[in-house]
Design a protein. Structure first.
Length: 242
């Protein structure tokens, strides 16, 4: 693609449609874990991950696109974001619609931040957050993804000497455990630079490659790990209404 990718909802929908047309099975993180354990991984897979960093309402827009196409994703929700209250009237309604549509709900964890700011044990913060998420939305939390915020701390550091199974979880989104180890086994594509795509091949950054997920599909990758953020997408321009 010669032109810069426009992060509109319509273009995102086209990306997913093209991935499906290219023969990819699109699945959640938990479904990938289960398929690996059972030895039933499809021949071409996209593991579909959504980190809700700043806008639950925009996450609802992504849910509508995915429901239209008949695909599922894992949505990772923050519980302590200054930008949104996950339990406000509208945000709660949106999250319930995501869960009700059959998508996976996980925790976008900030437990190192919480521990440092509140002077509380990080393990206790994790357990409490998982319990709250499960109780509030009536789900079983299968996995967490560590959020990168503005504190200068790395929430992923918590997992240096711990395993997800110690907390009753299947996976952490970047773990290297046998039934997951997704980041280091896949071709990873992310919109985390807001206005352009970036990609990693088995954990190694491919510098300067700004192609979209569907453009990478033509290279025949058997496993794509796709991370998107609702905040990047819009109807006409970045600052239009949610």
């Amino acid at each position: 693609m010669n032109d810069r990718f426009v992060f509109s909802y319509d273009n995102l929908r086209k990306q997913y449609a093209q991935l499906l047309e290219s023969g990819y099975t699109i699945m959640t993180c938990a479904d990938y874990w289960s398929a690996r354990r059972a030895g039933t991984i499809p021949s071409k897979v996209v593991v579909n991950r959504v980190d809700i960093d700043y806008s639950v309402v925009k996450a609802g827009r992504l849910r509508a696109i995915m429901d239209e196409l008949g695909i599922k994703a894992t949505y990772f929700l923050r519980l302590h974001a200054p930008e949104y209250n996950p339990f406000s009237f509208e945000n709660y309604r949106v999250i319930k619609s995501i869960v009700g549509s059959g998508h996976e709900l996980g925790l976008h964890s900030e437990i190192v931040d919480q521990s440092a700011i509140w002077n509380e044990d990080a393990s206790s913060c994790l357990t409490r957050d998982v319990d709250i998420l499960e109780s509030m939305f009536g789900v079983k939390v299968r996995g967490v993804a560590s959020h990168g915020g503005m504190t200068g701390l790395n929430n992923l550091d918590f997992w240096t000497d711990r395993k997800a199974e110690e907390f009753g979880l299947l996976y952490e989104a970047y773990d290297r455990e046998p039934f997951f180890d997704l980041f280091h086994r896949s071709f990873y594509v992310s919109d985390s630079e807001w206005t352009q795509w970036k990609c990693y091949d088995c954990g190694k950054l491919i510098a300067g490659d700004r192609r979209s997920p569907a453009e990478h599909a033509v290279d025949g990758h058997v496993l794509i790990y796709l991370l998107i953020h609702p905040d990047s997408y819009f109807d006409v321009h970045f600052y239009d209404a949610e």
